[in-house]
Design a protein around this ligand. Structure first.
Ligand code: 3H9
Length: 702
């Protein structure tokens, strides 16, 4: 029976089983049921002890996140109050934890007197990743149980820990390899028989007292987390809650935790981070690819081309345990490319993030060849040669001739038409784009580009592959730049026009960084290399409409050989060996000269102009992408931007952020920009329609 807590009696022990598939989420109804069962077990004279367990796959995944925006029903049970009752029980309470105990789920367990865990269980307080703090005593009980520093790591880190680790730091008491329920029931019965004092986390004072003598631990922790937590509210609120645990008695600390929890629950950041959570799950669902579609089981892979992307993609396969053969035209090319791969691994080993054995294992999975014959046993081949249609078509013709019949033929193109590549083969249904982001072994986004004829099986295969490679796969359609780079284009373009109109790179970059992206457009270009887009612009020059506004600044910068960090200069200059951008008067001269030539009178650009000017056109392009069906949902676009470009998670991605700003505001601003600057900034029809209806992109998806 779903949404219930089942109570069974086992000879003096009441077994309370949380049963609410798929994750036994603590909905309002579940909390009420838990409260009722606790009361029943406490009142029953035949019950001497209590065990709490979870039905199905896990103990409990925490509060039901879908209810966060809903008002609790009148008289709803408060989880902290139920847990206080449970902990205060004179009858021993044992938690039998298997699968997952997350968030409110772990908080239930923390209120028990003993915690037994099955091997393979993961435990943690991931609330911080949803933009909130644990709200049912997690921040008050955990530091009392495991000490302040360990608790800060768990609560602010938000990760689920393996059972062994949870036991070693004291979150759980014992790992039980055999029959968990039987062990828990036996332990509960034993505790009742012994009548020994029960261990209640709320009453443990020793660790808290130690932290009182060492208050600087909190400032030190804030300093340590500053880089990762930049812009986020929840990590700081978590630290504050733990500080409260040290400063105040338990009950007062609980009240403070609740206050902070409620404040964050109602915040835009939490709404954005919850949106991100569901968006990442929604993105795996493809309406015309039935769930039952059997993906190809990828046992071997091949990569064509051993440049930066090819090498990174090969590492990605090797890291996921999939043997991969890299094919390139010559041994020299392979030596060079695989040399980079080896150096990358060595650097990770040097940083202590990989053991030498792991490196050797991974390197051993990467084979090399100069012959296409060696791709014959690959289940998937990813082409990553130079970005030229004729070259890539030739590769696909050869793959078509060599690969086994059911292999998936994938291209890593970032700009070219997947359908044209598919047309070079006799099996367009097996052809698809897998657009990795650089560096491919690090960046989590994989834009999977479906061609007109890509089969359901081909799509299902690359979507599942993304998961295996520990990437986030987003299915998109064919268009110039797909989702990410297509939206990037107007953003970069308007940033550059702002320079002509009066801004400087450091001003634009500063504002975008403050907004929350990892870096602004000019720093990003310097990192990626300015030459790539320069070549593309040169190719496009012949077909560019002459009346379209065009800024020559980026070209001039490239003409000076300033390709970015790799040449020591680009939009900024870089001291040898440094990645710190230093504003360069040479760049300012180029900008001022270009403006003068174009007859533009430079003016002071307000910081507040920069976000609307750069990001609204990006959102506007997103609206077009959505309307054309290139992305399935607005939330898919958000996933692309969070994982491919570092769009801040606390803003939920550009489309969610746009909904928060209000589409009416964005539409009005776009209309003004359109009046001022012309056609390129025309508001997208979908934006206009939704703004007129008072709706958001989220409503469009629904
Ligand atoms: C909290 O607890 C607050 C408390 O401190 C205070 C309360 C007073 N709610 O991920 P999966 C859905 S905050 C609602 O694929 P897995 C999910 O959307 C909560 N729905 O499974 C998906 O739905 P669909 C703190 C949830 O086995 C389906 O379940 N807890 C929730 O790979 C399967 O999910 C967390 O932050 C939820 N809590 O991983 C944990 N959880 O099938 C969040 C899942 O329609 N959850 N769903 O797409 C997770 O991290 C993982 O789901 C978990 C299982 C590790 C549990």
């Amino acid at each position: 029976m779903p949404e219930s807590v089942v109570i069974d009696r086992h000879d003096g022990v009441a077994l309370l089983t949380l049963d609410n598939p798929p994750v036994n989420g603590l909905s309002f109804a579940m909390r009420a049921a838990l409260g009722d069962c606790v009361m029943e077990a406490l009142a029953d004279e035949d019950v001497a002890a209590i065990v709490v367990a979870g039905a199905g796959r896990m103990f409990c995944g925490g509060a039901d996140i879908r209810e966060f925006d809903a008002a609790p029903p009148p008289g709803a049970a408060s989880l902290p109050a139920v847990l206080d009752e449970l902990e205060a029980s004179r009858k021993p309470v044992v938690a039998a934890i298997h699968g997952v105990a997350a968030g409110g789920g772990l908080e239930v367990a923390l209120a028990c007197h003993v915690r037994l865990v099955a091997p393979g269980t993961r435990l943690g307080l991931p609330e911080v990743t949803l933009g909130i703090v644990p709200g049912a005593g997690g921040t008050q009980r955990l530091p009392r149980l495991i000490g302040v520093e360990a608790a800060l790591d768990v609560i602010v880190g938000g990760q689920l820990l393996p059972a062994e680790r949870a036991v070693s730091i004291g979150i759980a008491d014992e790992l039980v390899p055999g029959d968990l329920l039987a062990a828990a029931i036996a332990r509960a019965r034993q505790l009742a028989a012994d009548g020994a004092p029960l261990r209640r986390a709320s009453a443990l004072e020793e660790r808290i007292a130690a932290a009182r003598d060492n208050p600087e631990v909190f400032d030190a922790f804030r300093k340590k987390m500053a880089r990762r937590a930049r812009g986020f509210d929840a990590p700081y609120a978590c630290v504050q809650c733990v500080e409260t645990a040290v400063a105040l008695p338990f009950a007062a600390g609980m009240a403070r935790e609740r206050q902070i929890f409620e404040r964050l629950r109602a915040s835009d950041q939490s709404a954005a981070q919850r949106h991100a959570f569901f968006a990442e799950r929604e993105v795996t669902k493809i309406p015309d690819v039935p769930k039952a579609t059997e993906p190809l089981n990828i046992q071997r892979a091949a990569v064509i081309g051993c440049g930066t992307m090819g090498g990174g993609i090969a590492m990605t396969f090797a890291n996921a345990g999939i043997p991969v053969t890299v094919v390139d035209v010559s041994d020299e090319a392979l030596d060079k490319g695989l040399g980079v791969v080896a150096r990358n691994y060595a650097a990770t080993v040097a940083k202590g993030r990989l053991s030498r054995e792991q490196m050797d294992e991974r390197l051993a999975r990467i084979g090399r060849s100069v012959s296409y014959a060696d791709v014959r046993d690959a289940d998937i081949v990813v082409e990553a040669v130079f970005e030229r249609m004729d070259l890539k078509q030739e590769v696909f013709r050869r793959l078509d001739a060599e690969c086994k019949a059911d292999a998936v033929l994938a291209t890593n193109t970032s700009t070219l038409d997947v359908d044209e590549l598919a047309a070079a083969t006799s099996r367009p249904e097996s052809v698809i784009g897998t657009h990795f982001f650089s560096p491919a072994n690090v960046m989590r986004l994989m834009e999977n580009v479906r061609g007109k004829r890509s089969s359901a099986r081909t799509i299902a295969t690359v979507m599942q592959l993304a998961k295996r490679l520990r990437k986030v796969g987003v299915l998109v359609g064919v268009c110039d730049g797909f989702v990410g780079n297509r939206m990037l284009a107007p953003y970069l373009r308007e940033a550059e026009f702002l320079l002509e109109e009066g801004a400087l790179p450091q001003q634009v970059d500063g504002v975008i960084y403050t907004f929350g992206l990892p870096m602004g457009p000019f720093q990003m270009s310097d990192l990626a290399g300015n030459d790539v887009s320069w070549y593309i612009r040169q190719r496009q020059a012949a077909t560019r409409p002459p009346d379209l506004r065009y800024s020559p600044i980026a070209d001039r910068i490239c003409e000076l050989g300033r390709f970015g960090q790799k040449t020591g200069a680009g939009w900024y200059r870089y001291e040898p060996g440094s990645r710190t951008p230093v504003p360069d008067p040479v760049v300012e001269e180029i900008i001022v000269a270009a403006a003068a030539e174009a007859g533009i009178e430079r003016r002071a650009i307000g910081d507040d102009e920069i976000v609307p000017r750069c990001l609204y056109p990006l959102v506007n392009e997103g609206a077009k992408i959505l309307e054309e069906g290139i992305a399935l949902r607005a939330s898919d676009i958000d996933v692309v931007w969070m994982h491919g470009y570092g769009f801040p998670r606390y803003r939920g991605g550009p489309m969610f952020w746009a909904d928060l700003v209000g589409l009416r505001t964005i539409y009005d601003a776009m209309s003004r920009l359109y009046d001022e600057h012309g056609e390129r900034l025309a508001p997208a029809p979908l934006l206009k329609r939704l703004a007129g209806q008072g709706k958001g992109f989220g409503d469009a998806a629904a």
